[in-house]
Design a protein around this ligand. Structure first.
Ligand code: UGA
Length: 447
C-alpha cells in the first residue's frame, strides 16, 4: 500500500493520537499509520494495550492484523494519556457511547476524556476529532466544557465514521465520502487534509450538521431494511418473490440495490443503538419521529417471524430440536451485540425446543447463549435436528454439503433467515424450505 493512500497528493505527516483502541479507534489509527502518519493509541485497558504491544489484534476484523504488522513502526500503544498527548497534535476520540435505559447515548466516557485533557494540559496545537457516534449537540457541549475548563485554544471537529464491521479497512481507505464538521475553519482544514490523499468527496460543515449526517445515514439504511422486510412479509401473503422485487426496485438508480436484502432483521452495535438514539433525540426536542418508531418495531417483530414458520412445519416446538446456523449479527465478525440469534435462541428455549448452534468464530462460552448446545461444525449442529435456521450467512455455512446433511436430520426443514440459499435447489434436494418472502425461484432471480 502506498503511503499516500489511493488518491491525490500525499498529506503532510501528522502526529496523531487516538483515545480508545476499540473497534473504531484501532481501525482509524492503523489506517492513518498506513497513510504515513505517526500514531499513538491510548486505551485504559492494560490487557488490551499489552496485547497490541505484542502485535496481537484483540478484535476480529479481516485484514487488520496484516496492516497493523506492516506499519508497526509508526504505531505506539500506551495506557498514559500524558504520553499520548506529548506525542500527538490531532487527537481522535473513539470511546464507546452505549445506550442508556432511556435510549439516550451515554456520554460519560466522552466527558471523562475532556476532564483528563484539562488535567494533563492540552493546548493550542491540539485538535480533538470526534469519531465516536454522538448525539447531535454533543460537539457544542464538549466545546462549552473545553472553554469552561480553560481549554479554549484546543480545537474541536466532528468526523463521523462510516465503517462496516468486516470491511472496515476498505471502508476507511476507500470512503464514499468524508464528513468534517468544525467550529473554526482552520481546524477543519487540518482534519480534511488527512483524508485528501484518499480522493473521496469531503463534506465540510458545522459540527451539529456533521453529527446529524451520521445518524441520518444509519437511520436511513435501517429504514431501507425494515421497508424491504415488510415488503417480504407482504410477498408471503400474495405469492410474490421479494428477491426479484428488490432486484427490480434496486435497478432504479434513485433507489439503489444496497440494503434491500430481506431477512430476520438488522442487529449489531450501530443500527439498533443509533436508530433509537435519533428517535430519542427527536423526542427530547419535542418532535415525534414516527417513522423510526415503526422501523424499530418492524425489526423486533421480524426476528420472531421465524418461530411462526417453524411452527407451521413442525407444529408445537416442545421437545423439537432446532439448529441455529451462524450466531454473529452478520458474517465476518464475532460481534453478538443485538444479534437476531439471541432473540431466536431465547424464544425457541421458551417454546420448549432444544437448540443446537454453530458459528465459525463466535465465543461459544457466551453467557447469553445459556441453554444452547454449541456444535463444532454446521454439520454437527444439524444432525438429528427437526429444523435448521440459517441465521448468519457465513460463506462456510452456505457451502455446506446440504445434500449430505439432509439424511442426518430428523425432519428436513430449513428456514433461510437471510435469503442466502437457492430455494429451487434446496427444494430439489428434498428440503421443506422457506426463506423470508421468497417463492421457489423460476425466473429472474439475481445470483
Ligand atoms: C453500520 C453501517 O453500515 C456503517 O456505515 C456504520 O459506520 C456502522 O453501522 C456504524 O455506525 O458504526 P455495521 O453495523 O458494521 O455497519 O453493519 P452493516 O453491514 O451495515 O449491517 C447491519 C445489519 O443489517 C446486519 O445485521 C445485517 O445483516 C443487516 N442487513 C444489512 C440486512 O438485514 N439487510 C441488508 O440488506 C443489509
Amino acid at each position: 500500500m502506498s503511503e499516500a493512500g489511493e488518491g491525490g497528493a500525499p498529506a503532510a505527516r501528522e502526529r496523531i493520537g487516538v483515545i480508545g483502541a476499540g473497534y473504531v479507534g484501532l481501525v482509524t489509527g492503523v489506517c492513518l499509520a498506513s497513510m504515513g502518519h505517526e500514531v499513538t493509541l491510548r486505551d485504559i485497558d492494560a490487557e488490551r494495550v499489552a496485547s497490541l504491544d505484542a502485535g496481537r489484534v484483540p478484535i476480529y476484523e479481516p485484514g487488520l492484523a496484516e496492516v497493523m504488522a506492516e506499519h508497526a513502526g509508526r504505531l505506539t500503544y500506551t495506557l498514559s494519556l500524558e504520553r499520548m498527548l506529548e506525542r500527538s497534535d490531532i487527537i481522535f476520540i473513539a470511546v464507546d457511547t452505549p445506550p442508556t435505559y432511556s435510549g439516550d447515548a451515554d456520554l460519560s466516557r466522552v466527558m471523562g476524556v475532556v476532564e483528563e485533557l484539562e488535567r494533563v494540559g492540552a493546548d493550542a496545537r491540539h485538535v480533538l476529532v470526534m469519531k465516536s457516534t454522538v448525539p447531535v449537540g454533543t460537539g457544542e457541549r464538549v466545546r462549552a466544557e473545553l472553554d469552561a475548563r480553560g481549554l479554549g485554544q484546543v480545537g474541536y471537529c466532528s468526523n463521523p465514521e462510516f465503517l462496516k464491521e468486516g470491511a472496515a479497512i476498505a471502508d476507511f481507505l476507500h470512503p464514499d465520502r468524508v464528513v468534517v464538521g468544525s467550529f473554526a475553519a482552520a481546524d477543519g482544514d487540518r482534519v480534511a487534509a488527512l483524508y485528501a490523499p484518499l480522493g473521496a468527496p469531503i463534506v465540510r460543515t458545522t459540527v451539529p450538521t456533521a453529527e446529524m449526517v451520521k445518524y441520518a445515514s444509519n437511520a436511513f439504511l435501517a429504514t431501507k431494511i425494515s421497508f424491504i422486510n415488510e415488503i417480504a412479509n407482504v410477498c408471503e401473503e400474495v405469492g410474490a418473490d421479494v428477491a426479484v422485487v428488490a432486484h427490480g426496485m434496486g435497478l432504479d438508480s434513485r433507489i439503489g440495490s444496497a440494503f434491500l436484502r430481506a431477512g430476520i432483521g438488522f442487529g449489531g452495535s450501530c443500527f439498533p443503538k443509533d436508530v433509537s438514539a435519533l428517535k430519542q433525540l427527536a423526542g427530547n426536542s419535542g418532535y415525534h419521529f414516527q417513522l423510526l418508531t415503526s422501523v424499530i418495531e418492524v425489526n423486533e417483530l421480524q426476528k420472531r417471524r421465524v418461530i411462526g414458520k417453524l411452527k407451521k412445519h413442525l407444529g408445537t416446538l416442545e421437545g423439537k430440536r432446532v439448529a441455529l446456523l451462524g450466531l454473529a449479527f452478520k458474517p465476518e465478525t464475532d460481534d453478538m451485540r443485538e444479534a437476531s440469534s439471541l432473540v431466536l435462541a431465547a424464544r425457541l428455549l421458551a417454546e420448549g425446543a432444544e437448540v443446537s448452534a454453530y458459528d465459525p468464530i463466535v465465543d461459544i462460552s457466551s453467557d447469553r447463549l445459556k441453554g444452547v448446545t454449541m456444535s463444532a461444525s454446521a454439520e454437527e449442529a444439524v444432525a438429528g435436528a427437526d429444523a435448521a435456521v440459517l441465521v448468519t450467512e457465513w460463506t462456510s455455512i452456505l457451502a455446506m454439503d446440504w445434500a449430505a446433511v439432509r439424511p442426518t436430520m430428523r425432519s428436513a426443514v430449513v428456514i433461510d433467515g437471510r435469503n442466502a440459499l437457492d430455494p429451487l435447489e434446496m427444494t430439489r434436494l428434498g428440503f421443506t424450505f422457506e426463506g423470508i418472502g421468497r417463492i421457489p425461484a423460476h425466473v429472474g432471480v439475481p445470483s
